[in-house]
Ligand binder design. Sequence first.
Ligand SMILES: O=P(O)(O)OC[C@@]1(O)O[C@H](CO)[C@@H](O)[C@@H]1O
Length: 397
Amino acid sequence: MPEPADSAEPPARADAPVILGDVPGSFPRSVLAERHPALIRKVRDAFPYGPDRQRALDALLKNSAEGVLEPLDAGAADRERWEVWGGSEHFGRSWFDVPFLWSESYFYRRLLDAVGYFVPGPWQGVDPFRPFKLAELDTPEAEAELVALDELAERPAADREEALLLGSLWGNRADLGFRLGAGGDGTATDSPLVVDEGEALRSLFAGGTLCLVADNSGRELIPDLLLIDHLLSGRRVERAVLHVKPYPYYVSDATTADVVDALRRLTAATGAAGASGHRLWSAMTDGRLTVRAHPFSCAPLPYADMPDDLRREFAGADVTIMKGDLNYRRLVGDRHYPATTPFAGTTAYFPGPVAALRTLKSDVVVGLDPRTETALVADRDQRWRTGGTHALIQVRR
Ligand SMILES: O=P(O)(O)OC[C@@]1(O)O[C@H](CO)[C@@H](O)[C@@H]1O
């Protein structure tokens, strides 16, 4: 088992400015000013909420555009948690003036309030994003991806592993929040990875424990589960822990209910996909695959601030895979780093080997070779950072 790394903040982290939402024309500002109102409209259209919920959605729309951040209601079970997570510092300020990670995360928490997710009543526990997540599982594209597994099953295990790893990586493009905005530029193809440390990652599959910190449900979670099945059934890992969100978040982020939906989708399939689904189901029932929904998974903070119990959990893993853009921002810190800042420095605090599998959908990136950065900028100015057209695999042992 690796020794816990030094938790002191590396200089790179402390020096780079935190990303805020206040710069006109910036990506964060477009998320707060355009994606969030679009999301409210979408959720409103998807459910016949009554007048009280409609009014609450109107209030959120207005507050998030021109108001200030306000504490959660007195009765909210997590009111104090949000104070500790930074609320006491940020409440009373504009949504645009606090760290982007903070205001964006708080928006999702407030959206759940507006739709009555946490309070007793007819809408308690009803995931406002569920219709979109379910629709994803039912597309011809999702079907084609499952059918393709039959052919993959014929290939040598090492090839299968590489394909499944890339499937899990590119599955991260399946992000419903991202599709609400100007994000994808429609030219997304599987371009060469801007950093490819896939081999280093695979060398860490040595029969121990894998933590996979999931991102989106549907067409990202299915390939994540297929990768886990491959690793468990080939004894590449002995045990896998899948971290999901304790409540709906960032539109399509996976919750336990989404894991069950994905497993049902797989077990209902024929051929290799169905077989995988049944193996995963058994792995969950016999404890080789466990699902965790830690409250910190929805925290508006970088993982450098993780609580001790979660730190111990990651310290006990032989490798932790962080999926997706948001987890990347939280892993390295949501800051304006020079793109060539070493990944190892920004993740030195992490208590064990850690890997990022991410398509690039926000400004943050570290660990690029200077030539790669120059070529990317020459080709598409800074759009490569946010367009979802590029991806990376980075590892810190
Ligand atoms: O974590 P994911 O699903 O890969 O991407 C989430 C994300 O791209 O969506 C937001 C915009 O809607 C970004 O701020 C955020 O990082």
